[in-house]
Design a protein around this ligand. Structure first.
Ligand code: TYD
Length: 210
């Protein structure tokens, strides 16, 4: 990664895989260790991104798959240029919920666009920026659905997709992790949160060690 002296971590996984819990735990640990942490997310990590997030997650009715892919890529382009890259140049640890792997898994494998094209689109949008570490919280979609149901919140457009869609998303993620084992850490999201957190800390500590 050549974005500056900072360190960039992205969290990936299906809806209901526990990314937020793990981001909270990792953020406290990093802050206690003296790092300046910038917590952010896609879609919606910038003001422009908030507007795009409204469309992609809450628009009623269909959005053509290529239009959806372009909306996520537009959010990403603005977010990397105005939020992520400046933070990495300041030397922050950027802790980010979702990045381009979400597009490859959801718009590629999920919506059945060409995965390579979706990835190239995002790389163009982000001028090639890739994280130092991507943590994939891998979970069986049926278990994730049980968690989402018990959270008792209305589903957004993507969460409301059928089980087969979420199965393809999971397989898409696992293929990405297999293709880039150095960038990815795959954890079993069915484990207890503190067990998962410890595994993530071990990898982060090794990468941040001088
Ligand atoms: P969000 O509420 O952030 O979900 P979660 O809390 O599960 O991360 O909503 C993001 C949704 O957008 C999620 O269903 C995945 C989807 N998404 C894509 O389809 N493509 C993308 O490139 C990104 C970043 C997200």
């Amino acid at each position: 990664m050549t974005e500056g002296p900072g360190f960039w971590i992205t969290l990936e996984g299906g809806d209901g895989s526990g990314k937020t819990t793990q981001a909270d735990l990792l953020e406290s640990w990093l802050t206690d260790a003296g790092h300046t942490v910038l917590r952010t997310r896609e879609p919606g990590g910038s003001e422009v991104g908030q507007l795009i997030r409204e469309i992609v997650l809450h628009h009623r009715g269909d959005i053509a798959p290529r239009a959806e892919a372009l909306l996520y890529a537009a959010d990403r382009a603005h977010h990397v240029a105005t939020v992520v890259r400046p933070a990495l140049q300041r030397g922050d640890v950027v802790l980010q919920d979702r990045y381009l792997d979400s597009s490859v898994a959801y718009q590629g494998a999920g919506r059945v666009l060409d995965a390579t094209e979706v990835r190239e689109l995002s790389l163009w949008a982000a001028e090639g920026a890739l994280p130092d570490l991507t943590v994939l919280l891998d979970l069986d979609p049926a278990a994730a659905r049980t968690r989402l149901d018990s959270a008792d919140k209305p589903f957004d457009r993507l969460e409301a997709e059928k089980a087969e869609f979420h199965g393809r998303v999971r397989d898409g993620y696992l293929a990405l992790a297999a293709a880039e084992p150095d960038r990815f850490l795959v954890v079993d999201a069915a484990d207890a949160p503190d067990v998962i957190a410890a595994g993530i800390r071990t990898r982060v500590a090794a990468l941040l060690a001088p």
